[in-house]
Design a binder for this molecule. Structure first.
Ligand SMILES: N[C@@H](CCC(=O)N[C@@H](CS)C(=O)NCC(=O)O)C(=O)O
Length: 177
């Protein structure tokens, strides 16, 4: 979102980062932090559960989510890359994405079915896709991660994932389309 660093947006998300989520026809508050938003969506859309029914399954899916949202994404995001500078950026992101994807692939060896956890889409799949996109964007050889690649290919055929792709958003910068 090109306008996300505005003072107005920062009253909603003080880091100026996306996402922020506001329910249609709601006075707010707008919700921030992607995992909190995913949990909210799971709790408010019982017809589209994003977590398994059993406690063990939920813990396993949340572990997959944390691996991406808390171990991989924070060190590979734009704010960090800008700070470390152009000369070190490529080396840094290649190191941390490969380290993270190698660990994530190990987790998937134990959990994956058609999707990240068994044969139903969970919030683990919702965080996998953007990080896979990040890997492609930064020229990581994603064929080194065959389970992630297979699941990402599978999810790319799902209409809701197609509609949510960054290049389909109205404010996607032309150079990324
Ligand atoms: N912990 C936050 C991280 C948000 C975040 O880093 N968003 C990225 C996009 S994935 C962003 O807006 N980066 C641009 C920036 O910080 O300038 C969350 O999960 O919502």
């Amino acid at each position: 979102m090109r306008t996300k660093k505005t003072a107005e947006y920062k009253t909603i998300q003080p880091f100026g980062a996306v996402p922020a989520f506001l329910e249609a026809n709601s006075q707010g508050p707008a919700l921030v932090e992607s995992v909190a938003i995913l949990e909210y969506l799971d709790e408010t859309r019982p017809d589209f559960p994003l977590l398994p029914k059993d406690a063990t399954g939920r813990a396993v899916v949340r572990a997959l989510v944390e691996a991406i949202a808390m171990d991989i994404q924070p060190v590979c995001q734009m704010r960090v890359l800008k700070y470390i500078g152009k000369d070190k950026e490529a080396d840094w992101i290649s190191h941390f994405l490969k380290e993270g994807f190698t660990a994530f692939e190990k987790l998937l060896e134990k959990t994956a079915g058609k999707y990240s956890y068994g044969d139903s889409i969970t919030m683990a799949d919702l965080v996998l896709v953007p990080q896979f996109y990040n890997g492609v964007r930064f020229a990581v050889d994603m064929s080194a991660y065959p389970i992630m690649s297979r699941i990402n290919n599978e999810l790319e055929t799902v209409p809701a994932f197609q509609a949510a792709h960054p290049t389909k958003q109205p404010d996607c910068p032309p150079e990324l389309r």
